[in-house]
Design a protein around this ligand. Sequence first.
Ligand code: SF4
Length: 217
Amino acid sequence: MTDYVRPRLELPVKAEKLLLHSCCAPCSGEVMEAITASGIDYTIFFYNPNIHPQREYLIRKDENIRFAELHNVPFIDVDYDTDNWFARAKGMENEPERGIRCTMCFDMRFERTALYAAENGFSVISSSLGISRWKDMKQINDCGKRAAEHYPGITYWDYNWRKQGGSARMIEISKRERFYQQEYCGCVYSLRDSNLHRKSQGRDMIRIGTTYYGDAE
Ligand code: SF4
């Protein structure tokens, strides 16, 4: 593994362990290595019922499991309760990315993360979601804080994973590990909209399970 120079991280409220929600291996690769390098005890929480179709969901999850095993990090594999996700997304099908459907989607994933944390002795939660430059970090942090506020003993850690080279290392690690490279955010509506955008540019439609970091080099 490359020895990156990273800031030494400390959990808020002098907590001893972290429950890290992970959306996928590419986003969590740098986050996991930064946390590991700081000697922080943590567990991965994979709860992403937004990802569609199931084939894409399983590819993303399996990549994340592989990387967690490499680092000997416990991996909590939570329900793929898509019915709940679609029920909450009802009426928001045509909302743009970064809009209210995404707020709902982040809320749902953080609510489950905070619940698990409260029931299993974790006092700090965070997520890999915020490292992606495609996402609105404030929107994500607001959702994380809102979920944590329901539990007096839970703190949301809003660390900016992008700073001090984090974004560049995220790409480097993804190429080094040859992670699966998803080509849309995750839900069926983001798949639809990404394909519409491609069509407008005369590009091929997304083909699930075909693209890996480093393929183009
Ligand atoms: S675009 Fe992404 S964040 Fe927004 S609802 Fe779909 S999967 Fe969730």
